[in-house]
Design a binder for this molecule. Structure first.
Ligand SMILES: [Mg+2]
Length: 121
């Protein structure tokens, strides 16, 4: 079974994402901000991180840069999920090390397509 860490400060979005991902046979953990997410990765590295942009304490970009700079034995695939979908934001996400970019709100079908592109399905 593949594992996913859902990182979003919205409990509702985490719940929706969990529901979809469990339907796709992922085991799911949740984090409410980037710092919490890093702690989760240090504990057990997931196969996939679904990442929000705007979060308190540590946002998505800072989390992603930190994650990619660390010398972990494995690195997860990271899919950014956000309402910020202009070219500059997408560019920044890719530069920081994102594998894919997904517009919020998303449904199961859209997420599944992005996961296939990212190579986690
Ligand atoms: Mg947010």
């Amino acid at each position: 079974m593949k594992s996913c860490l859902v990182v979003d400060d919205s409990k509702v979005i985490r719940k929706v994402a969990r529901h979809i991902l469990e339907g796709l046979d992922f085991t799911v953990r949740e984090a409410g901000d980037g710092r919490e997410a890093l702690a989760c990765c240090e504990e057990t590295m997931p196969d996939l991180v679904l990442l929000d942009w705007n979060m308190p304490i540590m946002g998505g970009i800072e989390f992603l840069r930190t994650l990619r700079q660390r010398s972990f034995a494995t690195q997860p695939k990271v899919v950014f999920c956000t309402t910020e979908t202009d070219a500059a934001h997408i560019r920044a996400a890719i530069d920081a090390g994102a594998n894919e970019y997904l517009m919020k709100p998303f449904d199961r079908e859209t997420l599944e397509i992005k996961l296939e592109i990212a190579g986690v399905m």
